[in-house]
Ligand binder design. Structure first.
Ligand code: ZN
Length: 181
């Protein structure tokens, strides 16, 4: 759970990060940044601030702002019936993003999962994404990412997004943010 005050503070902080990109974003868009604490109540370490710019039955375009060292936890986008699952391209726009995927784990990775949740991070082939660098993930591929010390802004270009159906490795995660008093 996250308090309303913390939610709004995170929105404002994320808006500041998004403004630094120089991307043309309207105030009414910046006012509807979604804050996700993934139910862990530890937003500074596990969380994401997501601005959805386009969301149709075919494609989705989102900007994800991460605070310094904040981690978007390990997940995959599973098949749903005939749909093979969301294919996603992550492209760094500002700051730096450490993206971890299946494959031979990177020795001396930059990304460090939140210490007490380490067991819920199982993939560690790391890509260091600077602005303008991107990686495309096929559907149903485990991935997680963390911002560098200045924070980061990353584009998510994808096929249809069904966020509530995402599978998270950490069984304690709740994808729908609960906002308390
Ligand atoms: Zn994803």
């Amino acid at each position: 759970m996250i308090t309303q005050a913390d939610y709004e503070a995170a929105q404002a902080r994320a808006a500041d990060l998004l403004r630094k990109t120089g991307i043309a974003l309207r105030d009414d868009e910046l006012a509807r940044i979604a804050v996700a604490d993934f139910g862990l109540g530890d937003l500074a370490r596990t969380g994401a601030q997501i601005l959805t710019l386009l969301d149709t039955q075919e494609i989705a375009v989102k900007l994800i702002a991460l605070f310094p060292d904040q981690t978007l936890p390990e997940h995959r986008h599973p098949p749903l019936g005939e749909y093979p699952g969301k294919a996603e391209t992550l492209r760094c726009e500002w700051g730096r993003i450490y993206l971890c995927t299946p494959g031979v784990p990177t020795s001396n990775p930059r990304a460090r999962p939140p210490a007490e949740r380490q067991a819920t991070y199982t993939v560690g082939r790391e890509f260091v994404l600077n602005p303008g660098e991107q990686v495309t993930l096929p559907p149903d591929t485990l991935h997680w990412f963390q911002a560098g010390p200045e924070g980061g802004v990353v584009w998510s270009f994808s096929s249809r997004a069904v966020d509530v159906q995402d599978y998270f490795t950490d069984a304690e995660i709740e994808r729908v943010t609960v906002v308390g008093a």
